[in-house]
Design a protein around this ligand. Structure first.
Ligand code: CP3
Length: 378
């Protein structure tokens, strides 16, 4: 097991490392506590860190499992989903683990099955073409069909032993609608926008169903032990400033409200840069911030009780450790004295990420001197 931290001492338990500031006699803070403190905007000496898509193709141990199992087998078999979720935690000791799953499982729960092919990516068995297809989506079947997630989460929670937080997730209704209407991942998403502009009542019918399905799926994840939830609005940036609220924000707001503050909620609306006010009003505790904006500026724009998560350019992970260290330090320095920061990328870990770059990222985040502390003595 590699030790990646210079001025901090790594204490290893079974899978997990705790970070003990050298010479400190203070109670050790777990990654889970650090993560939850950041969600609540409490001051910390350095931010918690996890990476979107931290499990997956960049890890040799994931690629080895893919020799034996398909992507959907990994997702739908609780023991395998647990294993893939824990792989990056064992290797990097992230402060949070994210359930290994996929946003499109909700489409599948509704009756629109899909496959992941190599090459080819995501292919849904059929596309949503008309009102009849939307009517056929079975909201009441979702919980039953997604029981494998209810089984996997408690197993992950036990394995984490309280050391790292456990994040559950779902796609936003808007992002799901795009995949479900197109029938998979494509270059230019236009059909969901076409429906939104041309037949608003039918669009809203679809969004109502997706909102209910996503809400129930997230409630299932809280009941099964998730410490926090992230809503991936990865295609939010397709919408013009005026359309973001009615096409995406409104539905996410309903979901967050229905979750009643039971756990912190992170909303990651990628590319949504003209709607900070609307994003702040969603009720989320944390907003995910992509790499196209300056994190510290966004932090200052948002109310002080909303934390931010991001925003290192994922491309950096395919470059060199020195470049990763420089960019990571820049972000940390700019965020100094601004509580409520969860270090992450601006989007997911790319498949060609180099593991030494992830090591350096973690080392840089955690190797903060007291001079850089927002709470000396933390
Ligand atoms: O973050 C994590 O480590 C948890 C796992 C996770 C996956 N997908 C695993 C996955 C999460 C959080 C997702 C979310 C997801 N899935 C999103 C939103 C986040 C984002 O990246 O914008 C979207 C749009 C999807 C739908 C999806 N799943 C697509 C478009 C693809 C193919 C694109 C690709 O990366 O190849 C997937 C497949 C997928 N989901 C993989 C993984 C690890 C790749 C499967 C493989 O190659 O083995």
């Amino acid at each position: 097991m590699s030790s990646t931290v210079h001025s901090n001492k790594q204490v290893h338990t079974d899978n997990i490392a705790l970070l003990v500031p050298e010479g400190s006699h203070e109670r050790v803070m777990t990654g889970r506590e650090r993560f939850l403190d950041a969600c609540a905007c409490r001051p910390l000496a350095y931010p918690p860190v996890w990476l979107m898509r931290q499990a997956g193709r960049a890890l040799p141990e994931y690629r080895a499992l893919k020799q034996k199992y398909t992507f959907l087998q990994l997702v739908q078999t609780p023991e395998l989903a647990v294993e893939v979720t824990l792989q990056p935690i064992r290797r990097f000791h992230f402060d949070a683990a994210i359930l290994f799953c996929d946003i499109l499982v909700v489409a599948e729960g509704l009756g629109q099955r899909y496959q992941f092919r190599e090459p080819g990516g995501i292919i849904m068995d059929f596309t949503l073409k008309d009102a009849a297809d939307i009517e056929r989506l079975e909201v009441d079947a979702v919980i039953e069909r997604l029981q494998y997630v209810a089984k996997a989460l408690p197993l992950i929670k036990t394995a984490l032993g309280g050391h790292s937080a456990l994040i559950g997730f779902a796609g936003s209704p808007w992002t799901l609608a795009n995949f479900m209407i197109e029938g998979g991942g494509i270059k230019d998403y236009s059909k969901a926008r076409a429906l939104y502009y041309s037949d608003r009542p039918l669009f809203e019918r679809l969004m109502e169903k997706l909102t209910l399905a996503v809400t129930r799926f997230l409630q299932l994840q809280i009941d099964a032990g998730a410490d926090a939830l992230q809503i991936f609005d990865s295609l939010g940036g397709l919408l013009s400033d005026g359309d973001f609220a009615p096409a995406s924000g409104h539905w996410m707001k309903q979901i967050v409200k229905a979750l009643e503050g039971r756990v912190p909620v992170i909303v990651f609306s990628k590319g949504t840069h003209g709607n900070w006010g609307e994003l702040a009003r969603l009720g989320a505790n944390v907003l995910g911030i992509d790499s196209n904006v300056r994190l510290a500026q966004v932090r200052d724009t948002l109310p002080g009780n909303i934390a931010v998560q991001g925003n290192l350019d994922p491309f950096m992970l395919s470059t060199k450790p020195e470049l990763v260290a420089a960019e990571t330090s820049r972000i940390i320095k700019e965020m100094r004295g601004k509580p409520g920061h969860i270090f992450n990328l601006g989007h997911g870990v790319p498949p060609n990420a180099k593991l030494e770059n992830i090591d350096r990222l973690l080392e840089t985040v955690r190797n903060q001197t007291k001079a850089g502390s927002t709470a000396p003595g933390d």
